[in-house]
Design a protein around this ligand. Structure first.
Ligand code: PMP
Ligand code: GLN
Length: 385
């Protein structure tokens, strides 16, 4: 029988969403909005379909959409990417992450040591399987609550002559932490000194709170030349089910990336690409996204303010972590299941994002939900606590 990824089971998002559906719980587990997308965007898909944009898109993406992504990148970060040679539209960020990681990590030849890839944990669950399928070896840097600060001396100490790639994620899922400019500069220094590539998962690039700005790695001249920047329209326009993302990388890296992309999916839904290209002409929907989610975060935090749950307000993303250590000694994975059954609120146990299932007794709640769902979930959690 095939035995790839022997230590991997079914992703926690599938497990918890199925459980939430089975028991009729409020699903604050998997990260997706409970509310609809902008009807303007939906009408644009309809128009694109009726204009007969229904056949295969170009492998790299519909030119109009790549142009629109290039323009957005200039507007947001003041950085130029060539739509022909440096921008690729992908089937969600998931495909872009897989293609970028497998493009860089070399399969070891017999007798040679594997390429090493530095991964900060808690880590989004798709990075390490991609590293392992490419024949690489993950090297973990474990971050701890409440601040999940990166000790850059520790990172430097873990770099060897086999280190090829660092995977980073800011704003960060699951912790909601946002990188500082110092983090970016430290990474640039190490990447430059040790000739490393970087995969930057920036899918929550437009969701930061309390006046914080997102420091895209693209903005740093050293990192601009070494980084695959991965974005996703799913997070930005409330369309996680469309599975459309993008990868920005310098020409030589994009060439390597497209070699993989063309055989993973070849291309991505054509009418939706046309619709997104048109919709991106108006920057307001993504410019207003931080304020939109900051208010939702606050609705949720207000709803659990009277509980014994302990939290640091999320700095970005649409996730809030809470510590339940003052309430029960249970493991987070067991508690997430129990709360789904007993009070009808589903969450994600953060230990699943550590390779050794390190349990800091923290649950992750997604607040991309209608206000009444957030208030009801908060009320149930408060009563339970
Ligand atoms: N990276 C992170 C950090 C995510 O949270 C997600 C999805 N929630 C993805 C990648 C995958 O994005 P997509 O749905 O566009 O594949
Ligand atoms: N990224 C989403 C989350 O963190 C889920 C994506 C998925 O289900 N693959 O909840």
């Amino acid at each position: 029988l095939p035995n790839k990824l022997p230590h991997v089971g079914t992703t926690i998002f599938t497990v918890m969403s199925k459980l939430a559906a089975d028991v009729g719980a409020l699903n604050l587990a998997q990260g997706f909005p409970s509310f609809g997308a902008d009807p303007v965007l939906l009408d644009l898909v309809n128009q694109a379909m009726r204009a007969n944009h229904n056949q295969y898109a170009p492998m790299a993406g519909v030119p109009m959409l790549r142009d629109a992504i290039a323009q957005k990148t200039i507007d947001c970060y003041g950085v130029n990417y060539d739509p022909d040679t440096e921008i690729t539209v992908t089937s969600g960020a998931t495909e872009a992450l897989f293609a970028a990681i497998t493009a860089v990590v070399q399969t070891p030849t017999s007798g040679s040591a594997p390429d090493e890839v530095i991964v900060f944990e808690p880590a989004y669950d798709s990075y390490v399987p991609a590293v392992e399928l490419a024949g690489g070896r993950p090297v973990y840097i474990s971050l701890a609550p409440p601040h999940y600060a990166i000790d850059w001396a520790e990172v430097a100490a873990k770099i060897t002559d086999r280190t090829r790639l660092i995977v980073i994620n800011t704003p960060h899922n699951p912790t909601g932490r946002v990188w500082t400019i110092d983090d970016v500069n430290e990474l640039a220094r190490l990447a430059d000194r040790h000739n490393l590539f970087v995969v930057a998962d920036e899918v929550y690039e437009h969701i930061t709170f309390d006046g914080r700005v997102h420091h895209s790695l693209m903005h740093h001249p050293v990192l601009r030349e070494r980084t695959f920047m991965v974005g996703s329209f799913g997070k930005t326009f409330h369309i996680t089910g469309w599975k459309i993302g993008y990868c920005l990388a310098p020409k030589a890296l994009t060439e390597a990336f497209r070699k993989i992309h063309q055989f993973l999916t070849f291309s991505v839904s054509t009418p939706m690409q046309y619709a997104l290209a048109e919709y991106l002409k108006d920057p307001e929907p993504y410019r207003s996204l931080s304020a939109f989610y900051e208010r939702k975060r606050d609705v949720f935090l207000e709803a659990i303010a009277g509980s014994r749950l302990v939290f640091t307000p999320s700095e970005g993303t649409f996730f809030q972590n809470v510590s339940y250590a003052a309430i029960t000694p249970e493991r987070d994975a067991a508690l997430a299941v129990r709360l789904t059954h007993e009070i009808g609120v589903a969450s994600i146990p953060v230990s699943v994002f550590y390779h050794q299932k390190t349990d800091h007794q923290i649950l992750r709640f997604c607040f991309a939900k209608d206000d009444d769902i957030l208030r009801e979930a908060g009320a149930r959690l408060t009563k339970w606590s």
